[in-house]
Design a protein around this ligand. Sequence first.
Ligand code: FES
Ligand SMILES: [Fe+2]
Length: 424
Amino acid sequence: MGELWRRFWLPFMMSSELPAPDCPPKRVRILSEDLVAFRDTAGRVGLLGNHCPHRGASLFFGCNQEGGLRCVYHGWKYDVHGRCIEMPNEPASSTYKDKIQHKAYPCREAGGFIWAYMGPASLKPRDLPRFGFNVVPEKHRLCHKLLVYCNWLQAMEGDVDPAHVSFLHGNLAGPANLPWRERLRVGGSFGSSSNNPSVTTRNLPDATQDIAPAMFVKETDYGLAVGARRRSGADSYFWRINQFLMPGNALIPAPHGANQQCTMRIPIDDDSSWNFRVRWNDHRPLTAEELEDYTKIGINLPEVDPMTFVPVENKDNDYLIDRSRQGAVSMTGIKSISQQDRAATESMGPIYDRTQEHLCTTDAGVIALRKILLRAVRDLQQGVEPAQPANAAVYHVRAPEIKAARDVPFDQLVEEYVLDVTRL
Ligand code: FES
Ligand SMILES: [Fe+2]
């Protein structure tokens, strides 16, 4: 799987973490490799191996100035391509520096993120995936990053599991003496980021009460479309269609005209992962109200430690679960939607033993995800490269939330609302 990951451009940090030329370098760990990222005097980003090729001091302590990162131990200096450009502890006549090529991965910037390509040079994809947020102006988007204490796939499986929103993200409304089932209202993942129940139920009380959705899965050029179909009125269905995009990305459904949401999972190593999230609008800047909603209220983009990106609500404090709210106003008593997800997926442990599972009908997306990943890995072992890296355009799709007549088939909805991005 690690080899497969190395065929794709991967976001590994937010551009804002290297805010200016010659700013301090940052440690990076992805795909079990310890690296150091820096932005040189010309603004270019380099991603180098952590250990200086001389005798291994960490380049994290390096001095970043005048077009390169200088190891503080004996002064060897590297450019963004990993070339040793100075070796000041050697005689001036020495050409030894020309023999030193440090590990360096090519980097690009788009969408508020810095992306690296860590695979064979001959297979480097020409373009970054054409996600909507990669092509909008900066003010149209909001980027976020958090540390997840489990394997990336375990977290990813929640992104193709639309049934859990009825429970994990459920709000409870109405008199406390009513049965739980009647008080349940699906929470923020039904299109809005707000935790305000009057917003999140979005006048679809019948759909939000259908807690056992019918599942539909379709394999696509980019990965999977996973549809959850809920009853809504006498003659229509309410659909949410999640997208999985190789190798670790998902689009979370949003209604017509609403801001889009993408979640990208990148392995740090087998036991932990980065979750990069973006909220964006294709047509206009995000409003002050939306930014407030996403960040201050702490629902979609929870508050994190700015150095470590560990969320304030985390496994060591039981995600600040408030038992007085649990069962009264929400299912979990955990404030942010994102951390409700973490409580579920991190509590499985770093890598859950899948032989202990009992999968059911609403796990159709999880099953399909595992199948296409395993197939892609086996194909690669046979020398068959994944198709997506060379097809950046296939990433330009939507995750719709739609009400449709009951006789409209899933495939037609995918054609009209997922693949035809002019519709939303
Ligand atoms: S260890 Fe880096 S210059 Fe010596
Ligand atoms: Fe969730």
